[in-house]
Design a protein around this ligand. Structure first.
Ligand SMILES: C[S@@+](CC[C@H](N)C(=O)[O-])C[C@H]1O[C@@H](n2cnc3c(N)ncnc32)[C@H](O)[C@@H]1O
Length: 401
């Protein structure tokens, strides 16, 4: 069946219309005329699989990754980098416009749009290692990932010889090319440490949460701040754009500020703020991340920052109310109603909301809008060639409250 792709949806899939019914066609570009096969027919929409490209869009470029057509990881490799960032900027802006919120976002580009990721999670099913296919649990076996750091790709080849039949492997690295391998599997493994050490700079291997070899953490240095990152602690996946994010935090903090950093991870934003601020308190639920954060404050000689291990929604009940600024960087689910109510109760001068999901960002801002206006917005291309996007809103307390 022949259709014309009209636009991309929020997940980076092409949208076409068949008898006015929305039809999603992954891996296409607006303007493409393509042959499709319907894979799901629902009352309100269809899902389809791309067949032949009959007339390519003027905007279409050849994809570089051999797995692109099947792999569920990237969606935007058939567009120029400039077009991918335009799409993301437009996606976030129009989400706010649809909600009658007027804001213009500054775009922060990724200086290294390929081979930028310092972490990938691979599945292993019946001895095949890779990612899942788009919208399925079928494996796409891979030897390399074009958006992962080169040293991660060298490590994938080594992991393939570990004899893992079923499980998960996470490979993390830092900008010094040091590698940490994290495995979850019940199989009997065959790991040749000498061989690995002859090929890459291996820091450690963790198997089923136990340290099997070396260390269970890495260090990474960004903007002259050194961070210890345990195998199970969150860290931004793109160090080049993370550097810009951390700088935005430092630039938006003043010497008199008393700051709360909710969902602080290993303390990246807390320490970026503590360089300028009078005092910072970070809250995080992962035990190793808080242990890392405490150590990170020490190794960076910042003694104006403290950390609390707890669920943010439980801890806010116990917190003081005299904070001038609150940074929030929650997971994709956004802020709980309790955290929103806490922010409205303590009413800091500014809220710096860092978000990896614009849908929950706009949902949460709508609840704060009566009390806060948008001082500045940023769209950061943290996850190049995927539909994902990082955004920041700097919110200022309305003067009339
Ligand atoms: C998007 S990350 C941000 C981390 C940090 N700001 C950074 O830039 O590295 C979200 C963090 O929130 C933590 N988290 C998730 N749910 C939480 C909760 N209910 N209470 C406290 N921390 C939570 C996660 O462990 C993760 O470290």
């Amino acid at each position: 069946m022949e259709v014309k792709i009209e636009r991309l949806d929020d997940l980076g899939q092409g949208v076409a219309f068949i008898d006015k019914k929305v039809t999603f066609v992954p891996k296409t570009v607006p303007g493409d005329i393509v042959d499709i096969k319907l894979t799901k027919i629902k009352k309100k929409y269809n899902e389809a699989m791309l067949g032949d490209i009959l007339v390519p869009s003027d905007a279409r470029i050849p994809f570089k990754c051999p797995y692109f057509l099947n792999c569920g990881g990237c969606q935007l490799q058939t567009m120029s980098y400039e077009d991918t960032t335009k799409y993301k900027l437009n996606k976030v802006t129009s989400l706010f416009t649809k909600n009658k919120i007027d804001v213009s976002f500054a775009l922060i580009e990724n200086p290294k749009p390929f081979n930028y990721r310092n972490k990938i999670n691979l599945k292993i099913v019946d001895g095949e290692l890779g990612f899942f296919e788009i919208n399925t649990h079928k494996m796409v076996e891979i030897d390399a990932c074009l958006i992962a750091d080169e040293v991660i790709n060298e490590t994938i080849i080594l992991v393939k010889n570990f004899n893992i039949l079923n499980g998960n492997v996470t490979i993390k690295c830092n900008q010094d090319n040091e590698v940490l391998i994290i495995i979850e599997s019940n199989d009997l493994l065959n790991i040749d440490i000498d061989l690995i050490n002859s090929k890459i700079n291996l820091v450690g291997i963790v198997i089923n949460r136990e340290t099997y070899y070396g260390k269970n953490y890495l260090y990474e240095t960004i903007n002259d701040l050194k961070f210890k990152i345990s195998y199970d602690s969150f860290f931004q996946v793109n160090p080049y754009v993370a550097s810009k994010l951390f700088q935005i935090i430092t630039d938006n903090v003043d010497a008199n500020d008393k700051i709360m950093d909710l969902y602080c991870g290993v303390g990246t934003l807390s320490l970026s703020a503590a360089r300028e601020a009078r005092e910072v308190v970070g809250i995080e639920v992962v035990e190793n991340a808080i242990a890392n954060a405490l150590e990170n404050a020490r190794i960076n000689n910042l003694d104006n920052v403290s950390f609390i291990l707890n669920d943010v929604s439980d801890e806010v009940d116990k917190m003081d109310i005299d904070y001038s600024k609150v940074i929030v960087d929650p997971p994709r689910s956004g802020l709980s109603r309790k955290v929103i109510d806490f922010l409205i109760k303590i009413m800091p001068e500014e809220i710096i909301y860092v978000s990896c999901d614009p849908q929950t960002l706009v949902r949460d801002y709508k609840l704060l809008q009566e009390y806060y206006k948008i001082k500045k917005g940023y769209v950061l291309d943290m996850f190049s060639y995927t539909h994902h996007v990082e955004s920041i809103l700097i919110l200022k307390k309305r003067s009339e409250i």
